[in-house]
Design a protein around this ligand. Structure first.
Ligand SMILES: Nc1nc2c(ncn2[C@@H]2O[C@H](COP(=O)(O)OP(=O)(O)OP(=O)(O)O)[C@@H](O)[C@H]2O)c(=O)[nH]1
Ligand SMILES: [Mg+2]
Length: 486
């Protein structure tokens, strides 16, 4: 836990020696929930153990009612201890279980927390949860434990989001990056830029009280220089979005082309399994087929699509619309053509619309022909393949990995990168700082007041990223994506 990002420190976000801008965003007063929540924290299904988690002021009181063991009852037990016993529903024993006691504020949520580790499978955990709810806890909402950790000042919003990223990580690299974010790697950067802007804004406000002719000449240019520096820091943070997007969402790699060119064959070869139906009749694949795999530590969402052609059939046309929609969103399109068929007009239009540096052309079926496509595909990388055998598959895999890797800082240790939500706010803050610089550059006193307002707006936007300032609907939006029990 990084003390800098501890939201209970939110009211003291400004360094004390700094002149404080008159209207810095006011941090939300922490809202401390006063009820006790419970949920099954483990995934459903057969497993060794299942965990029911209870958090809130009555967690230990609830445990006293449902758990019996040798020695002290749960509420009399020391923090960070465990004991073996039985979960009971009145006289009836429900399960053997281990009870863990964590006391406020040294728990995940910052509240008293009890975990009951019973046997796996859905029946034991559901019966334990029912007893716990009968004893006075209420069912937790999705993400509510983590939301409490945020509200109780254990973590900031960026760290809370990292919990979900970690749970959903699709590759080792993505998991390590999420862990860095959870441990405050990204929050420190956001807090650093917040303080940087706060210092400039504070000094700017101090100049507003000076009569114009008494203001030393170099003051405004110096403030512009520092504001530009802050703008550049924002810029470099925003530049991490692409890497963050690839690691969080997975790179969308879309295989497209006319019917029968071997798209489904390529999907199967890359996955190493016969996932999609392959057949000589054109139009076999009607809907998109999506599978995940990992290349160079980057998670991929590999999509096979319906072949592109004019069709009378409604179902096929719907499939082709889906292909086009996927192509628009693709991080990396792979366009297949057949070595024994000339390109048609639709091929050429599509190929000319492919993003440069982010697309691959595969000429498949080189065993059947060798139409000379000279120059048509430039500047995209072109790979010749015979996917009916395995020829070209490794090269395709290598080029896919290479193009995506070039968008990541693979030399560096996996590190936290910004998400789409962060980007929206940071882009707004950068715009504010850019406008403030323009205004200050104009050198007029009335402009300085406006510039100061834009800097306050920038501070508010960065505050919204970390949760120094937040609206309840923002929290609802973030935490509703979590599972129940986290
Ligand atoms: N000769 C030869 N045949 C191939 C090659 N690659 C794929 N095929 C065959 O071409 C036919 C079509 O392959 P698919 O992978 O189903 O083609 P598709 O592009 O998915 O076709 P649609 O789903 O209809 O759009 C199948 O009979 C494959 O076995 C190749 O390199 N050489
Ligand atoms: Mg197919």
């Amino acid at each position: 836990m990084n003390p800098d990002t501890h939201p209970s420190n939110r009211p003291s976000v400004q360094p004390s020696s700094v002149p404080i801008p008159s209207e810095v965003p006011v941090p939300n007063a922490p809202h401390v929930p006063d009820d006790t929540i419970a949920a099954i924290a483990t995934a459903p299904g057969e497993a060794g153990i299942s965990i029911v988690r209870i958090s809130g002021p009555e967690a230990l009181g609830v445990a006293d009612q449902v758990f019996i063991c040798k020695g002290d009852k749960p509420s009399a037990r020391s923090a960070n201890t465990f004991v073996v016993g039985h979960v009971v529903d009145g006289e009836e024993v429900i399960d053997q279980a281990i009870l863990l006691v964590m006391r406020a504020p040294h728990s995940y949520t910052g509240e008293d927390v009890v975990e009951l580790q019973g046997h796996g499978g859905s029946m034991c955990s559901r019966r334990i949860l029912r007893c716990v709810l009968d004893a006075g806890a209420r069912p937790a909402e999705p993400g509510e434990f983590t939301q409490r950790a945020f509200l109780n000042g254990r973590i900031d919003l960026v760290q809370a989001e990292a919990v979900l990223d970690l749970i959903c990580a699709r590759s080792e690299r993505a998991a390590t990056a999420a862990l860095d974010q959870l441990e405050g790697g990204l929050s420190r950067k956001f807090n650093g830029i917040y303080d940087q802007i706060m210092l400039v804004a504070g000094d700017l406000e101090a100049t507003l009280d000076f009569p114009e002719d008494e203001l030393p000449e170099q003051v405004l240019p110096e403030l512009v220089r520092r504001a530009r520096e802050a703008e550049r820091t924002l810029e470099s943070l925003i530049a991490t979005w692409d890497e963050g997007h690839l690691l969080r969402d997975g790179a969308l790699v879309v295989i497209a082309g006319r019917p029968n060119v071997g798209k489904s064959t390529l999907l199967n070869k890359l996955l190493g399994t016969a996932r999609a139906i392959v057949s000589p009749s054109p139009g076999t694949t009607r809907d998109t087929i999506e599978e995940e795999f990992v290349v160079n530590g980057i998670p991929l969402r590999l999509v096979d699509t319906a072949g592109l052609r004019d069709s009378e059939c409604d179902i096929e046309r719907e499939g082709i619309d889906r292909t086009r929609a996927h192509l628009r969103r693709a991080d990396l399109p792979i366009y297949l053509v057949s070595a024994n068929e000339p390109l048609d007009a639709a091929d050429k239009t599509l190929i000319s619309s492919l993003p440069v540096g982010r697309s691959i052309i595969v000429i498949n079926k080189i065993d059947l022909g060798n139409i000379h496509y000279k120059g048509v595909f430039a500047p995209h990388p072109v790979i010749e393949a015979c996917l009916a055998g395995d020829f070209g598959v490794d090269e395709i895999r290598g080029v896919v990995g290479g193009l995506l890797s070039s968008r990541l800082d693979l030399g560096a240790r996996p590190h936290a990168t910004i998400s789409e939500r962060h980007r929206r706010f940071l882009a707004g803050a950068r715009e504010d700082m850019g406008a403030a610089c323009e205004m200050l550059g104009a050198g007029r006193e009335d402009m300085a007041a406006l510039a100061s307002a834009r800097m306050r707006s920038a501070l508010e936007q960065i505050g919204s990223v970390t949760g120094r300032v937040y609206q309840d609907d923002l929290l609802d939006h973030i935490f509703s994506r979590f599972c129940i029990g986290k």
